[in-house]
Design a binder for this molecule. Structure first.
Ligand code: ZN
Length: 394
């Protein structure tokens, strides 16, 4: 009884300390990640695949689950019906599987139907907005490992995993309060960082271990906005040209590592009339005048430009990219016949910070993770997050 109470109080104190102080970069022991954030969940099947769990139902310890334990959770109004090995245990408002550092639990959504995933540490279930809400109370480095695989893909190079892990850690700590009003730290979608549980590639835990605690800060020791993208097309972008705000570290650089990679080029055809009409109607660009039409049909970018410009009219390329769902803003336009134009594009993504394909090539060519980070981010330092609060307090 005493031990159970101890666990619960310990967790609550950890969470409230962690979410209350935005500038206090204490070493985070755990984060609360909402799982399957975008889904409306009715039924879940789960089993403990490693270790032993304590199961708390509405705050009371009701079971200790080992390897053979099979649970099913079914939404019943504003409660969750708990089944254990096909038997109904009861209806509860809040269920929490409390594990240890190395324990693992396999979750399979039944309705809606999804493939199983393995999660580590604590997982809780409650009813929120008429569906089951799942929160993974996970140790920081376990979360970082999951994000690294989700963002970098599996079977990558260890040095590239290290880069991705440091960026994931930096992002997590900089955005720890992103969903605090909803009762958790981060969601598991790209809105925050993609996270699908424990990674399959064993090299990832090696990368996490060898970069333990490392985060990227700017010259004022503030955590950077750890932006990255798939392919820069040969040149990265300045933050003010994409997001409107200047940073000392997101600076445009020439990036030859990204050339001749899978996402370095793209093409799109469009009817000339559609292109000219779009510019006129959406942006009041003078594409109905000879001069404006000439610009619109012969637009070239050898280096990244920010606007499509003609006399007083300036259309931000980022708006064109968004409206037309283009892979990048780094494109040139040519007329290919009387009625159509061809967009010839370079790169994939917003172009800020690390280019994943370029970084992957650098890692395979023998560059270290520090060299890769210093190539894509300017005026940065790598620092242990445990030292960050010490330096900031000085
Ligand atoms: Zn989010």
């Amino acid at each position: 009884m005493k031990q159970k109470l101890k666990i619960i109080i310990g967790l609550l104190v950890g969470i409230s300390l962690f979410t209350s102080f935005t500038t206090f970069y204490a070493p985070a022991e755990s984060l609360q990640i909402r799982l399957y954030t975008h889904l409306k969940i009715n039924t879940i099947s789960l089993n403990v695949v490693k270790g032993t769990y304590k199961l708390l139902a509405d705050g009371n310890l009701i079971a200790e689950g080992g390897d053979e334990s099979q649970f099913k959770l079914i939404l019943k109004g504003d409660s969750i019906q708990l089944n254990h090995n096909e038997k109904i245990i009861g209806n509860f408002k809040y269920l929490k599987f409390v594990g240890s550092e190395t324990d693992e639990i396999k979750i399979r959504l039944v309705n809606p139907d999804r493939k199983p995933r393995v999660y580590q540490n604590n997982v809780s279930f409650s009813v929120s907005e008429e569906y089951i809400r799942i929160i993974n109370d996970v140790i920081l480095d376990n979360y970082i490992a999951g994000v690294t695989e989700a963002e970098a893909g599996s079977r990558s190079n260890v040095e590239f995993y290290k880069v991705q892990a440091i960026l994931a850690r930096t992002f997590a700590l900089a955005h720890i309060n992103k969903h605090v009003a909803e009762g958790f730290s981060l969601c598991d979608q790209v809105h925050c960082q993609a996270y699908y549980g424990k990674p399959k590639d064993g090299n990832i835990s090696k990368a996490i271990e060898e970069t333990k605690g490392k985060v990227v800060v700017d010259e004022n020791l503030n955590l950077i906005v750890a932006a990255f993208h798939s392919n820069s097309g040969g040149q990265t972008a300045n933050s003010e040209d994409v997001w409107g705000s200047h940073t000392t570290y997101l600076r445009s650089i020439t990036d030859t590592f990204s050339i001749k990679m899978p996402n370095s080029k793209w093409e799109r055809r469009m009817l000339t009339d559609d292109w000219l009409t779009y510019l006129k109607l959406k942006h009041n660009f003078p594409s109905d005048q000879p001069e404006g039409k000439e610009v619109a049909l012969n637009f070239k970018q050898d280096h990244r430009k920010v606007f499509l410009e003609c006399s007083n009219s300036k259309v931000p390329l980022k708006n064109i990219r968004q409206d037309l769902q283009l892979k990048s803003t780094f494109f040139s336009i040519t007329e290919i016949n009387k009625d159509s134009v061809l967009f010839k594009g370079r790169g994939y993504g917003h172009g800020l910070g690390m280019c994943q394909e370029g970084a992957m090539r650098m890692s395979k060519s023998g560059y270290s993770y520090t060299q890769i980070l210093n190539f894509y981010y300017k005026n940065i330092q790598l620092i242990d997050l445990h030292k960050l609060s010490f330096f900031k307090d000085e």
